[in-house]
Design a binder for this molecule. Structure first.
Ligand code: NZQ
Ligand code: ZN
Length: 390
């Protein structure tokens, strides 16, 4: 069935080879002074930095570089907001992956707020205004280019928060798959694992519908097929373009319209892992996924696994439901491993002695034990998942 919903996405997507030629016209509609944000230098290596500077030669450009993966409130968001205020910035141009986009989203609201920006990000204060954001995406993964969320880390207090507000939708996102040709095998695998997890977070909910299931199974099939092609041939345009488009659907609600809310528990767990150990988001998710699946497998959830087993993996329909579920979990584990992700948290730097503290942190940030979560997870369940993932 389709449950009631309200839906609006204001972001304009401009997709295809060479689309950034339209950049000057798009930027001119927002003003003259631009804060251009980017990461540690990948956009310079692929020639995108020079291309943007040439296209925008008639604008005033203020730059914020060195935005790190798992973008930091201090210094990046604080510095960016200060620059916007001091230089009278009209619009932010984010050029990079999800971290650059997320950092820019946080800057966009902090630039219009006179108090402590973390109060907005941590949900203590509601933002009233934001600078517009345009982005040029260079990594297919988060879906930040098409959603109203950002995820920001505050290292001093070991916190990483998912922050959502309709003010954070980018106004325009330029998606040229050729800019993802240079993404490393590791980031390609982790970005795809992130997008796969976004689908799974929404697939495991109730109620659901044939229509939603169909879209989500197609998304999973496309991601799982095309990542293998992109890992073999990083410049395969067909594969990179499908990855880019499908990833964009991850977090903007389309997949969940008319379905129950799942609570996104794997993201709650992963955000604690990267808050404590600064690990790559998609790797953490890939490692948690099969362990979370085993934890939630029950009479209530088993039909969801059966649908994945028959429709995605093509397992025989006459397999007993719980056997099918175990095969589905094993299939996801093997798939992630084949893409090069080590399937143990210890291998990405997580220390077991922090498990109890992280479980408390998860419950304090996002109440995964709440009754509205598809399968509520209390502290004991969180600890079991984390221990099994080590
Ligand atoms: O910093 P640079 O030099 O740009 O290098 C980046 C970075 O080292 C590199 N990279 C990006 N594009 C490249 C490239 N390298 C070569 N060629 C290119 N074309 O890749 C590295 C990782 O970049 P990052 O932006 O961190 O990756 P991703 O896009 O996966 O973003 C991860 C962040 O997004 C958050 C995650 O928690 C994490 O902080 N998320 C945001 C969401 C959202 N806004 O909706 C939802 C997600 O669930 C997620 O939580
Ligand atoms: Zn994610």
């Amino acid at each position: 069935m389709i449950a009631d919903f309200t839906y609006q996405t204001p972001t304009k997507l401009i997709f295809g080879k060479g689309v950034i030629e339209d950049l000057p016209e798009v930027m001119a509609s927002f003003g003259k002074t631009i804060l251009m944000t980017y990461g540690g230098g990948s956009i310079k290596k692929i020639g995108l930095y020079d291309k943007v500077k040439t296209l925008l030669k008639d604008f005033t450009i203020v730059e914020l570089a060195d935005i790190e993966p798992n973008p930091k409130y201090d210094p990046s968001v604080i510095t960016g907001a200060k620059l916007c205020k001091e230089k009278g910035v009209d619009v932010i141009l984010a050029v990079g992956g999800g971290s650059v986009l997320d950092c820019s989203k946080a800057i966009s609201v902090c630039a219009k707020y006179d108090g402590e920006g973390w109060d907005l990000i941590s949900g203590k204060v509601q933002a009233k205004d934001a600078l517009p954001i345009v982005d040029i995406l260079t990594l297919a993964a988060t879906g930040s280019e098409f959603d109203s969320g950002c995820v920001i880390s505050y290292t001093a207090i070991s916190d990483k928060r998912a922050y959502g507000d309709p003010l954070l939708y980018p106004a325009v996102s330029f998606l040229d798959p050729t800019y993802t040709f240079s993404v490393s095998p590791w980031q390609t695998a982790c970005g795809t694992a992130d997008a796969i997890n976004h689908v799974l977070e929404q697939f495991f909910s109730s109620p659901t519908s044939l229509f939603n299931d169909g879209i989500m199974i197609s998304a999973l099939r496309s991601l799982m097929t095309n990542v293998k092609i992109a890992l073999k041939d990083p410049k395969d345009y067909a594969a990179r373009s499908e990855l880019m488009y499908v990833c964009s659907w991850g977090c903007n609600g389309i997949l969940a319209n008319g379905a129950g809310y799942s609570g996104w528990p794997m993201h709650s767990i992963e955000h604690a892992l990267s808050a404590y150990f600064d690990i790559t988001h998609g790797a953490g998710l890939a490692i948690i996924t099969p362990r979370w699946m085993r934890e939630i497998l029950s009479e209530k959830t088993v039909e969801r696994f059966v649908t994945l087993g028959t429709s995605l993996f093509g397992f025989p329909k006459d397999l007993p439901a719980f056997d099918m579920a175990q095969k589905v979990i094993d299939a996801f584990y093997s798939f992630f491993e084949e893409t090069g992700i080590p399937m143990h948290l210890a291998a990405v730097g997580v220390k077991a002695e922090k498990i109890g503290e992280m479980a408390d942190h998860i419950l304090a940030c996002d109440d995964t034990s709440a009754s509205w979560v598809y399968v509520p997870l209390d502290k004991a369940a969180l600890v079991r998942i984390l221990e099994a993932s080590m």
